[in-house]
Ligand binder design. Sequence first.
Ligand SMILES: [Zn+2]
Length: 315
Amino acid sequence: SLHNEDIVKTLGIHEHDMLYVEKGGEIIPKITGVDEAAREEGAMPIKFVTHCPDCGTPLVRIPGEAAWLCPNKYGCRPQIIGRLEHYVGRHAMDIDGVGEENAALLYDAGLVRNIADFYILQASDLEQLDRIGPRSAQRILEGAEKSKSVSFDRVVYALSIPFVGETVAKKLAKGTRDIDTLMGMSRDELVAIDDIGPRIADAVIEYFSVESNREIINRLREYGLQMSLPEEEESEKSDLLAGKTIVISGVFARHSREEYKEMIERNGGKNSGSISKKTSFVLAGDNMGPAKLEKAKSLGVPVINEDRFLEMLTE
Ligand SMILES: [Zn+2]
């Protein structure tokens, strides 16, 4: 609650106030009131910071959102370091050896000013730094090298485009297949991709409109990162499931759920999360929930197992 200026103002919180706290939804601590009788004499109302405590830039607030932001995205040290940390993270490029501390260290030493600089690091640069031993230096260099084979969708995620998390990055990668297409798309083209809304589209366009970001992309490409998804084998594609909406439920033995979802899409079908009248059939593994099974039955939706499904695709 205390990060939200509206709540602080509505409750009229002053410095050193005693507050009432309850667990919102039994979990999250929530400030619900102020004990005004306990207020210190002369205590001033809480004033929100107006400037970035790190770079001094006046803060801005996006209409409709609670958070105040430092708009100096590309010049504000903690934001730059945050993006470096995100880039090396396990779900992004997974560059071993660069944790939170090392990201700041490398940035402050002038060795890594942006994500592309990870690929020009030399052992001799790293060895000058007292806090990085030869073994971690080796790990960082190997990690950067290895990251060149990380798939395109994770590269998209690693760029730190606002609102582009792992799932959205996958959709963008799938919907565009390569970085040039992604960089050249209009707002209308972006929102035509499954699950991409105007807010994400605008963030993507804004990101690629910044010259320094385009330079970073070009450098990453030069260093040999994966800037496209591998070509799908035409022979693997079909329209066998065209017009079919399929719900996957349960645990499977022969392929993972993710693989089945991809198979459905490759063959022209559509995945859905819940059973309705529109469901063509349920692909059911072990332990399908009884409620789902009941629903499928009551709506007359066929339930098939994975062997039958795989047969369908070879027919
Ligand atoms: Zn700042």
